[in-house]
Design a protein around this ligand. Structure first.
Ligand SMILES: [Zn+2]
Length: 456
């Protein structure tokens, strides 16, 4: 119950250019949640919203063409702005007619450049804004996607065009719940998107076995980004912080973004959640065949990609798990012979083939730790001699095990440490709020967090 209160509390919204702070209470669709906002706050928010719109969006609230006037809307000689929303089957030519503008203007615009070609295929719901004065079209703003508009401005008898990119606003949202059915169902119940649920399982996949060890009563809290365009939901962003209590074990994760833009998660003490890999699964042996996408297969005698590395070694040489993980497959697998496949976190798998034997007691679902002996070199399957065939996959794709960039960090790099600690202490203070509320303090914190993360 305690955590249900956290179902959703605010949090904060800052328009990316930071010209003004804007905040709102975000309900995540939970029915159980009561949110209170004072009227004064609502008014403030409204005022700030319209201010934001005018600064960040070419589409100011303008009168739409009403149903009755759809056929023909005369444009008065006075300066006027009209906004229309494209309806099913409408072409730009039809819309120009409706607004009372001549085909000549339209042709001028359509022939301007390649981008204006995009105007030939309008989709229902797209917004178009006309600014007219002295019976002449002065400015045409066409929303191409949620994030991109084309702006045509009159230059004498013709038009110039510029592209305007809209940057979504970031909002920070907190959510959490106690599991009653499944992570997916309970996550959905409090309004989490599939993407956020997947991120959550990927973040903790090294420590928590989501397929077998999740229990009713486990609970989690997360702080994540929601992106909005013009006050409307656009999509969810990254999880910035998470806490998962799995059968009385507490796990935490805080996002760090390195200079190359890579996202990694660390515990509050700065330990990497993603575990490291050993480069080789067998010791003191010879690499007998490298990763090669055009190798001639020694037995099949035809070109067949070699998507792994072969280590020549005597039968019975022990094979080690290259990282902490879980047995995903154990058994005979065609030409691979006796094979073990391990899952490491959400992203990585390794495969060990042509084994002579498996480690005792190892079965599908077993947990293994880095360096643990999982089996022994052999020549089962399609093998010319005793060797270990080893594969490494990232998100299902084969990578060369000898050169793939392995997650090697055990702790956060010293150069990010100070900034990481600063953000983490703020995120922790948000995670530690036990119930829904929006105070000056949380607003300030979330604004700072958004700013810190948006720098990258
Ligand atoms: Zn091989």
């Amino acid at each position: 119950m305690f955590f249900n209160a956290l179902n959703s509390f605010v949090v904060n919204k800052v328009v990316q250019n930071n010209r003004f702070p804007l905040w709102a209470i975000i309900a995540l669709g939970s029915t159980a949640l009561a949110i209170t906002v004072s009227n004064r706050d609502r008014l403030d928010e409204k005022a700030e919203l319209s201010q934001g719109v005018s600064q960040n969006w070419p589409f100011e609230p303008l009168p739409y063409i009403s149903e009755q006037n759809k056929k023909f809307v005369p444009v008065s000689p006075a300066n006027e702005a009209i906004q229309v929303e494209v309806e099913s089957g409408e072409s730009l030519s039809l819309i120009f007619q409706k607004v009372g503008l001549s085909d000549v203007e339209l042709l001028n615009i359509l022939s301007l450049n390649k981008d204006s070609e995009k105007l030939k295929n309008l989709k229902p719901g797209q917004k178009i804004k006309f600014e007219v004065s002295d019976n002449l079209l002065q400015k045409l703003v066409v929303e191409i996607t949620n994030l991109e508009s084309l702006i045509f401005s009159r230059q004498g008898k013709s038009f110039s065009m510029k592209r305007e990119a809209v940057k979504p606003d970031t909002i920070i949202v907190a959510a959490g719940t106690e599991l009653e059915t499944s992570l997916y169902m309970d996550g959905k119940k409090i309004g989490l998107s599939d993407s956020v649920i997947m991120q959550l399982t990927a973040i903790f996949a090294w420590d928590i076995d989501f397929s077998q060890n999740i229990r009713i009563g486990d609970r989690f809290k997360i702080i994540y980004e929601k992106l909005e365009i013009k006050g409307e939901y656009y999509k969810t962003g990254r999880i910035l912080a998470a806490e998962f209590i799995n059968q009385a074990n507490r796990y935490t994760a805080f996002l760090n973004i390195d200079d190359n833009g890579n996202n990694s998660y660390y515990t509050e003490k700065g330990h990497a959640l993603q575990k490291t890999f050993l480069r080789n699964p067998v010791d003191l042996v010879r690499v007998s065949s490298r990763f090669n996408l055009k190798r001639k297969h020694p037995i099949l005698n035809r070109i067949r990609a070699h998507k792994g590395v072969d280590y020549a070694a005597p039968i019975g040489t022990p094979i080690r798990a290259t990282a902490d993980g879980q047995v995903k497959y154990l058994g005979v697998k065609g030409g691979y012979g006796s094979t073990i496949e391990l899952q490491h976190g959400g992203k990585y798998t390794t495969l060990y083939a042509h084994l002579s034997d498996y480690a005792k007691d190892l079965k599908i679902g077993s947990k293994v730790t880095q360096g643990q002996i999982i089996g022994y070199v052999g020549k089962s399957g399609l093998a010319t001699g005793p060797h270990l065939h080893y594969e490494f996959r990232v998100n299902g794709e084969h990578r060369d095990p000898l050169t793939v960039k392995l997650p090697a960090e055990r702790s956060i790099n010293i150069k990010y440490k100070t900034a990481f600690e600063k953000r983490t202490s703020m995120l922790l203070s948000l995670l530690n709020h036990s119930k829904a509320h929006d105070t000056q303090e949380t607003r300030k914190i979330t604004q700072t967090i958004i700013r810190l993360y948006s720098k990258r």
